[in-house]
Design a protein around this ligand. Structure first.
Ligand SMILES: [Zn+2]
Length: 276
């Protein structure tokens, strides 16, 4: 575990979720710091991506600026470029792998003192791969949002040059804005989604390695933001190697990246171990 992390205390706003993880004070400090690191990195990357998009838009001539097909191509090329794919994947790996280990090691130590957690274990790299699969989904969401905004601008402009100006304004606003696909708010959503997935994924791996946990029970987070399907899943028990049935998804744990986006984005649920 990173030594300097232990000394840093960052304040995560979602205390209810952190409480549910039942961590020691020291572990919790580490976790909060990891949250913050992951969030900061994602904020940085989305910002860069927004800037790159805006620069690409500014290079288009008036005719291309009001061609929605051409704008779509620009969006795809920015998203598929090195900046997003490679950097994002690396950031996810760097920010969330330690969290996976922390969650797994914590559970394993409590459950079975004879076993020791190895940070070289393959489960963590398998998990990182799974987490990376969320990237195309996230790209899809931001592409849809931008495409709709561009379409609206093209419809609203009365002359071709007015339309072109509106399109440029939209991309400029998206780069700087409080809202939208490249905003701080979105970065936090992305980071939180991944934190939940990672904390729960690590926890489940710790349980598996302990060889004393046989099942798992879904615990939905309280509050009005909790999805109906997740409230319904509260208390659902499954064998450790079988998925929970949540809405239309099969989820091995809350936030499981193999599930549909609608069941995992900003999920704050957790789970409890079941022993025979
Ligand atoms: Zn949930």
């Amino acid at each position: 575990m990173c030594e300097t992390c232990w000394e840093l205390i960052a304040k995560a706003d979602d205390t209810e979720f952190l409480d549910s993880l039942e961590l020691t004070h020291a572990e919790r400090s580490v976790l909060e710091e990891l949250y913050k690191q992951g969030e900061d990195r994602i904020v940085e990357i989305l910002e860069l991506q927004g800037k790159e998009l805006h620069e690409a838009i500014l290079e288009l001539n008036e005719e291309l600026l009001i061609d929605i097909g051409e704008l779509g191509k620009v969006l795809i090329s920015v998203q598929a470029g090195d900046l997003f794919t490679v950097q994002f994947e690396q950031a996810i790996y760097d920010a969330f792998t330690p969290l996976f280990h922390l969650a797994g090691e914590t559970e394993l130590t409590v459950l079975n003192n004879d076993k020791s957690w190895s940070t070289k274990n393959k489960a963590a790299s398998r998990f990182a791969l799974k987490l990376k699969k969320l990237v195309p989904d996230m790209n899809g969401t931001s592409k849809d949002v931008m495409t709709r905004a561009f379409q609206k601008a093209i419809k609203e402009g009365k002359t071709p040059s007015e339309r072109a100006v509106l399109v440029q304004e939209i991309s400029a606003a998206a780069t700087k804005g409080e809202e939208g696909p490249f905003s701080m708010k979105r970065a936090v959503t992305v980071a939180r989604t991944m934190s939940t997935a990672t904390a729960n994924g690590g926890k489940l791996e710790g349980w598996k390695q302990s060889e004393v946990v046989t099942g798992k029970k879904w615990r939905s987070s309280k509050g009005s933001r909790t999805r109906k399907t997740h409230r319904k899943a509260d208390g659902q028990v499954q064998p450790i190697d079988k998925p929970f049935k949540v809405g239309k998804s099969d989820l091995m744990f809350p936030g499981d990246p193999s599930g549909r986006a609608e069941e995992i984005i900003q999920c704050r649920c957790t789970m409890q171990s079941v022993m025979d």
